[in-house]
Ligand binder design. Structure first.
Ligand SMILES: Nc1nc2c(ncn2[C@@H]2O[C@H](COP(=O)(O)OP(=O)(O)OP(=O)(O)O)[C@@H](O)[C@H]2O)c(=O)[nH]1
Ligand SMILES: [Mg+2]
Length: 299
């Protein structure tokens, strides 16, 4: 559907090849040289999470566009995790070739994938050893969301936000990037979410989020598929997290969509209602227990 949004910075990651089983960079790899390693200037770590199912046409560019140098100059070590939905195309080869840690989910669905990845990540300390200094930024791997704008999420988290939503409605949307049906559905679902949780939100279906680690730990996520974002928003509100929105630019998709609009809209609405009115039945644990079957590789 699209070409990417504005590209203010492009940084090509080290092109290591050949995946090695082992712990993620946050534990194993030496920190990169640069401002983030100079004395007390290492302020924290940003973990970029990219859910991906057969995104070979977009994933390489998305990883390349992550502003690693810019984040390092702000004092952040950067780790990139591609959260794989058992892709059958070259997605994982491309990700490994760019030095990303790849994590393959069990089962199917974006919600399952991210809950498993959160569990794995939260079971380990970040590079600073201080949970308050580890930020997570999740964005779709289909080329629609702007990796260049990750620093805005970091700034919003630094400014005291716990959970940051990238709002396309407050930002800009490229021509043809969202169908009229999806846009109307998103507006409706955002109005429903605002009403149910009494927290104003303009784009509850956004695929670009930032989280402070301690906020993420308090979530009780249950989503299996594309109800993930509704589940994240409901969790944030119910845990009384400080929810903020930042405007983002949104571009057209590269490759095929995995989402079926009307059915997904119903699932999202159901998740919002279930989280609001069946609260006691939601899983109080942060995420699924880590399974030995999940595969993780560090390049
Ligand atoms: N790990 C994993 N990722 C998934 C799965 N399904 C979709 N994704 C990824 O989640 C992101 C969102 O999926 P999309 O198909 O783009 O859904 P969408 O952005 O809501 O829909 P479009 O606007 O049509 O692009 C993409 O990066 C997908 O590759 C899954 O089952 N597992
Ligand atoms: Mg998409």
């Amino acid at each position: 559907m699209n070409g990417p949004g504005s590209r203010t910075e492009r940084t090509v990651m080290a092109g290591a090849t050949g995946a090695i089983e082992g712990p993620p960079p946050s534990e194993a790899a030496p920190l990169p040289e640069g401002p983030s390693r100079q004395g007390d200037r290492l302020r924290g770590q940003v973990v970029v999470l990219l859910p991906a199912l057969n995104e070979e046409g977009a994933i390489g560019d998305v990883i390349d566009r992550i502003p690693r140098e810019g984040l390092r100059s702000l004092g952040y070590d950067v780790a990139v995790w591609v959260v794989d939905g058992q892709s059958t195309d070259a997605t994982m080869d491309i990700a490994r070739g760019r030095g990303a840690t790849t994590f393959t989910q069990t089962g199917a669905g974006k919600g399952n994938a991210m809950r498993q990845a959160f569990t794995r990540l939260l079971s380990r300390p970040g590079t600073t050893g201080r949970p308050e200094n580890r930020f997570f930024v999740m964005l779709d791997a289909d080329g629609t969301y702007p990796p260049e704008e990750i620093p805005h999420f970091v700034e919003a988290l630094e400014a005291g936000g716990d959970v940051i939503l990238g709002s396309r409605l407050r930002g800009s949307i490229a021509d043809g990037a969202i169908s009229g049906l999806n846009l109307a559905g998103n507006r409706l679902l955002s109005a429903l979410a605002s009403l149910l949780f009494r927290v104003p939100v303009t784009d509850v279906c956004t695929g670009m989020w930032g989280f402070r680690e301690d906020a993420l730990r308090r979530f009780g996520l249950v989503a299996k598929g594309f109800d993930l974002e509704a589940d994240l928003f409901a969790s944030a509100c119910q845990r009384r997290a400080r929810v903020r929105e930042v405007p983002i630019s949104y571009g057209c998709r590269v490759g095929e969509a995995k989402l079926v609009p009307l059915r997904t809209g119903v699932v999202i609405a159901w998740r919002l209602l279930a989280r609001r009115f069946r609260r006691s039945r939601t899983d109080p644990r942060p995420t699924l227990p880590a399974s030995k079957a999940m595969r993780e590789e560090t390049s």
